[in-house]
Design a protein around this ligand. Structure first.
Ligand SMILES: [Zn+2]
Length: 174
């Protein structure tokens, strides 16, 4: 397994619509394992393939709380079959927008269909933090970031700060 570099906003690769996986094979399984390792190391609770520069519909999450056993999920081609009308607001962060947080309102519960790492079709019901996290990661597959759910004013402030942080990190041209 290997850790992969995480792309931070603003970056055009985070705005692409990811393509479905035709089959979860060894190559995809390796990517899923690397994404999980990258997510744990960050640390984070979710990571989508576009965040590591792969425009494929793949995500990994682990929303186990501290002290609970690890609960990794490896998901390809996720499809939300049902969303509750009940909504939930959470303070969200993102490994691609480091150190920024904002309240985002999403469905409190979802029913999901996806391909697991054995290429089997599975269905699951998610609520609470897991439902929020999966919806956040699926957004990445559509080129949507959590800041796209907040006001243009707040989004502008966050993206300008990130762009500035990036410029400061870039090496000075010799
Ligand atoms: Zn994210």
């Amino acid at each position: 397994m290997a850790q992969l570099p995480i792309i931070t906003a603003p970056d055009p690769r985070l705005k692409l619509k990811a393509k479905p996986v035709t089959r979860v094979d060894d190559q995809i399984r390796r990517l899923m394992a690397d994404m999980l390792e990258t997510m744990y190391a960050a640390p984070g609770i979710g990571l989508a393939a576009p965040q590591v520069g792969v425009a494929k519909r793949i995500l990994v999450v682990d929303c186990a709380r501290e002290g609970e056993a690890a609960a990794p999920l490896k998901i390809a081609n996720p499809e939300i079959l049902w969303r509750s009308t009940e909504l939930m607001t959470n303070s969200e962060g993102c490994l691609s927008l480091p150190e920024h947080y904002a309240d985002v309102t999403r469905a409190a519960e979802i029913q999901l269909r996806y391909l697991d790492e054995q290429n089997e079709i599975r269905e699951m019901h998610a609520k609470g933090l897991l439902a929020t996290c999966i919806q956040h990661e699926i957004d990445h597959l559509e080129g949507t970031l959590f800041v796209d759910h907040i006001s243009a004013l707040k989004r502008g402030i966050i993206l300008r700060k990130l762009a500035k942080a990036k410029r400061q990190k870039s090496p000075v041209p010799a």
